[in-house]
Design a binder for this molecule. Sequence first.
Ligand code: 4NP
Length: 157
Amino acid sequence: MIRIMFVCHGNICRSPMAEFIMRKYVKQNNLSDYISVSSCATSTEEIWHGQGNPVYPPAKAELKKHGICADGKYAVQLQASDYDKYDYLIGMDTMNIRNMKRILGNDREEKIYKMMTFAGRSDDVADPWYSGDFTRTYNDLDEACRGLLEFLKEKIS
Ligand code: 4NP
């Protein structure tokens, strides 16, 4: 099993969107027995007394436009122990990567990636938090997830 962990700041917008988009592609390609997908936050901004907030309504609405249901997901924080539990720990932007390394350590097995590298790009996933542009975020994530799927297919075959 290849285990993927998507990571963003709050785990209510970008990383859960990535999780549900990726899971759709994994299912469509009959790879559910080979690839598992999760998401989490670097911060505790969206976690109160141990209970995480659900996916942010506009992020949920954007997913719904594409026939994807994001019910049942609640924000959780990245743990140091996740480094050994996952094969690919994928941050959405440069600040996520910095915070991931603070939590996980120095990435001795080179498991930490920035999302858009799977689309051959060096920029960050468009952050909808201030722009409100969830469509742009969806398009970035969709492009990266398709690239990640092709990358993983090569590993599996
Ligand atoms: P996300 O979006 O990291 O894509 O889930 C954000 C969620 C919460 C905050 C910032 C970004 N916040 O500052 O609380």
